[in-house]
Design a protein around this ligand. Structure first.
Ligand SMILES: Nc1ncnc2c1ncn2[C@@H]1O[C@H](COP(=O)(O)OP(=O)(O)O)[C@@H](O)[C@H]1O
Ligand SMILES: [Mg+2]
Length: 278
């Protein structure tokens, strides 16, 4: 306990450079959008084999929209999320975010390293299949960490962390360590963590991939609640059923978006069909 608190203190004292500079170039973006992707391409070269992981991807995410991306394994879903979060680098194309919510877009692929870090810290909430929580930190501390790095003042930080843990239904478990939490509870922590710096958008890669049906349903309900609160969410999923609760579904196959359809089914109706009315 003592060691850990010292670590947190050190972090608090550290001068973390959080760039406030805007990226040099800006692009006009419809102010109803949070993200616009233009002709995104990405290939991987292994030996003399080239895999076109993403081919001419174009998509738009509107503010307050929940969009699902579905597609078979190997279709490029993770590559896409990683390119959108500047965790991987596309060969060509643009990933334009409405960074300041004013129609002045910035291409994350053109940003310098520090600016990209700042985007991930403050503007993009990332959620992964395997939670990626720090095992030595409690639920509270895991959620607090990005706010600490972003230099949010202690009082507003505390309020925010507590509010978010309550929102995801973990108000009673804030002092638990990840090993003391179920998979679903750990994913709730990562959702709270992704929201702590009030991002523009949440990018989730198979957030329910490790969870049973009942827990998947609970996590999806949290995403739907966040959407109702105005959050914009792009979610990759293998699960065609929960995808139907999203506003739109994009289907990725061999690195290409081959279909787009409106969805927006009521989540209880989807599961009613599944369980024959129970
Ligand atoms: N780091 C990498 N090096 C080489 N090939 C990769 C790498 N990452 C992904 N790929 C390949 O790119 C394609 C898309 O992978 P991925 O985006 O992980 O798909 P999905 O998430 O839909 O399962 C696959 O053929 C995969 O083997
Ligand atoms: Mg994947």
């Amino acid at each position: 306990m003592i060691e850990k608190s010292n670590e947190i203190k050190k972090l608090e004292q550290e001068k973390v450079k959080v760039s406030k500079k805007k990226s040099s170039k800006s692009y006009e973006i419809d102010n109803h959008l949070v993200l616009k992707v233009n002709n995104l391409n990405k290939s991987y070269i292994t030996g003399n084999i080239t895999i076109q992981a993403l081919e001419d991807i174009n998509l738009e995410i509107r503010k307050g929209e929940l969009v699902a991306i579905v597609g078979p394994s190997g279709s490029g879903k993770t590559t896409l999320i990683n390119c959108l979060g500047a965790l991987d680098f596309p060969d060509a194309g643009q990933v334009i975010y409405n960074v300041n919510n004013n129609g002045e877009g910035h291409d994350i692929t053109e940003m310098k390293n520090q600016e990209q870090k700042n985007m991930r810290l403050k503007k993009i909430g990332l959620i992964f299949q395997f939670y990626n929580l720090f095992p030595v930190l409690t639920a509270y501390e895991n959620v607090e960490l990005p706010a600490l790095i972003a230099k949010i003042k202690p009082k507003s930080r505390k309020n925010k962390v507590e509010e978010l843990l309550k929102l995801v239904g973990l108000g009673e478990r804030i002092e638990h360590y990840p090993t003391q939490l179920s998979g679903g509870e750990q994913q709730r922590v990562t959702i709270a963590r992704s929201l702590v710096n009030d991002p523009l958008i949440l990018l989730a890669d198979e957030p329910t991939g490790e969870l049973d049906t009942e827990t998947t349903l609970q996590i999806m309900k949290i995403f739907l609640q966040l959407k109702d609160n105005g959050h914009s969410i792009l979610m990759v999923t293998h699960n065609d059923r929960i995808a139907q609760a999203a506003d739109r579904i994009l289907t990725l196959t061999d690195g290409k978006i081959i279909a787009e359809r409106k969805a927006g089914k009521h989540i209880e109706d989807i599961y009613k069909i599944e369980f024959g009315g129970h």
